[in-house]
Design a protein around this ligand. Structure first.
Ligand code: HEC
Length: 150
């Protein structure tokens, strides 16, 4: 019997599936309801840094899709909900899930998953195993948005 054929078949089958990174930065057991109750880091989130990340084109650039009314940033988008008083509406845990990996809770959402490396499509090689934001940056954004209260 020629073993080469099954071996080739196995390798071919395995390539798309086995090449993928199955490790999830946010494990499903960290998600409780629609929240991630526990912070992703031990260092507290820094709201001023979160605000910079929110507005910076080279960082989160959240203003591409969201608006915060009293911010000075020009050209704020409206594809996503207005986040002006989001701290009144959502808890830190709810904010954390929405920023980190909302797609895991609400598949197909337009809101990008900023702390995720699994199941991404059309990602440049340099970015394949790196989330868009670090855990600390997610916490900084959570601290900033949680403080946006009326
Ligand atoms: C490509 C557009 C886009 C970008 C960029 C984007 N968002 Fe969103 N965001 C959305 C959309 C659309 C929703 C609504 C998602 C839904 O309900 O499925 C959303 C929802 C949210 C929510 C929940 C709001 C609510 O009232 O329920 C938060 C919080 C949020 N985004 C924060 C952020 C932060 C922080 C960033 C930047 C790191 C960001 N978003 C970048 C499109 C975007």
């Amino acid at each position: 019997m020629n073993w080469a054929i099954p071996a080739i078949a196995l390798v071919t089958l395995c390539l798309p599936a086995c090449n993928r990174s199955d490790a999830q930065l946010v494990a499903s057991d960290q998600i409780v309801g629609d929240t991630i109750p526990q912070p992703l880091t031990t260092l507290l989130g820094r709201p001023e840094i979160g605000q910079t990340l929110f507005n910076a084109r080279e960082a989160g650039h959240c203003v591409l899709c969201h608006q915060v009314v009293d911010s000075d940033t020009p050209f704020q988008g409206n594809l996503g909900p207005d986040l002006t008083f989001v701290g009144d509406r959502l808890s830190a845990g709810e904010l954390r899930l929405r920023i980190a990996d909302y797609d895991q809770f609400k598949p197909g959402t337009v809101m990008p998953s900023y702390y995720r490396t699994h199941d991404l499509y059309q990602v440049g090689e340099a970015f394949q195993n790196a989330p868009i934001l670090t855990a600390q940056e997610v916490e900084d954004l959570v601290a900033y948005l949680a403080g946006l209260k009326e």
